[in-house]
Structure formats: C-alpha cells, structure tokens
Design a protein around this ligand. Sequence first.
Ligand code: CO
Ligand code: CO
Length: 291
Amino acid sequence: MLVNLKEILQIAQKEKNAVGMFNATGFDSLQAVVAAAEELNRPVILAHAEVHNQYNDIDMVGPAMLALARKASVPVCVHLDHGTSLEMVYRALRIGFTSVMIDASALPYEQNLAVTRSVTEIAHAVNVSVEAELGRLVTGEACSGEGLSGKAEDYYTDPAEAARFSEQTKIDALAVAFGTAHGFYAAQPKLDFSVVEKCAASTGLPLVMHGGSGVSEEGFHRAIESGIRKINYYSYMSKAGYLAAKNAIEKKGSGYLHDVEYAAMLAMKEDVKTAIKTFSQIKKSCLNTSM
Ligand code: CO
Ligand code: CO
C-alpha cells in the first residue's frame, strides 16, 4: 500500500528501528526493492533520485513506482531523493509521489530555510511529506569538486541550528551529516553518533542517514540507536547487480539481455533483503557497545 514518509517513519519510531530507502534507476531495481520488502514483510521507501533522471525520466519510472507501491502487500513510500531543483519537486508532486526531499544544503542557511519552507507549504497541502538536509556530506562523490575547505567535521549538522530549521520549515524528516558520504567507501567511515543523538533530541524529528551503503552492521545499529529512522542505501545494491550481470555475461553468455537483467535483479533483491534485515533489527549483543 502507498503511504507517505511521515506515516512510514512513524512505524520506525514505534519499533525503534529504521526504514530502508533504495533508489530505483530502472525496472530491475524497482522490482528488486519491492520484492525484497514483501518477502520480509517490512515497509520500504522506493526512491527516484534527481541525479538518476537521465537514465529513466520521472514521467516514465514514477508511474511504475506508484503502481508497484499501490499493489504491494507492505507499506511503500514513493520518494524523490535529492530534489535539487524546484522543477523536479513539482513534477514529483504532480505525478503523485508521497514524499520529496528538497536538498538545498549547498545553499547558505537562510536560502536553504526559505526554499525548504516553500516546499513544505505546498507539499503538506497535498499530504506529501518533506525531507530536507542541513550540513554537508563533504567527503562523498556528490560533493567532490565543490572546493570546500576544512575538515569533514566542520560540515556536520549543528543541533541548535537543526532545531531552529525544523521548527521554521515544518519538515517531516531531516538528513544529518555525521561522517557518512555518498558512493563507495575506501575505508570504514568514522561516524560521530553524538551529532545524531543531539539532533534527535533538539528537533524531535526522525533523522535520515545518507551514504548508508558500506557502513558496518554495528555502525548501522549505533546510528539507529542514536535516532536514525531512514537509511538511504544504493551504491552496494547497484554493485551487487553489476557483479551479477558481469557474471551472467561471462559464465553463461546466452546472448539474451533479459537473462543478464534478471540475474542483476535477483542479486539486488538479495542485497536489499540483507540491508532491510540489518535496519529492522537491533541485536541485543550490539547494545551498549562502543565502536
Ligand atoms: Co543522499
Ligand atoms: Co548495535
């Protein structure tokens, strides 16, 4: 069933765990994500990132995402990931997405505030949830070449600023910067969970972890225990599909593209299932341990 972000994150708040958000770049990943959630009987967030619009336009992939969400046996939120243009946000609203992320985090604070507030005013009028971002994930691929100086810590989310921002924008979820980055990690990232704890306390909002794939199981658990309720996961799911496709071509070589796509879909489904299981359960053995 189709739900909005606020509704799906209430489930996570109640269960004290996190809902996984997975990017669908095409029909293979779309199928993989929904099938994984249904097999595990867990809610899931299906996302289209503005940066992926070049592969499948939102006008094509969006209606397919919504159709699968409505038909699913589990709660599914259809979300715009990293909407950086108002144009894409409005297109998502028109198609029927139940959640949008307006990412104006590269703008100065006051402009981020103004843009985010204009989006929440419109989105909330049509029961669509809004995620925004404060702070910068500066070590990631997405932020490379931006010419930012200083250390990654300088761009972590400030809890007091987060409280003012959430109060004034009325957002439903906040993406925080605390050491994660987009893309593949060269080494295990160092995460500052105290930033998450302080932001959760100061805003009272469900918090979002970007750059989720590649973090250790213990890292996920500590993040969830600190207040993360939505985890964005994509790179390693895509890599699982990539490796399966490569293997299908090299080992079997049937000559049919559908065999390659199907192998990729199955591999992505298994990777998503592992991620959903990790985000859904907090093992007792992991509690009260430090990393
Ligand atoms: Co992200
Ligand atoms: Co743990």
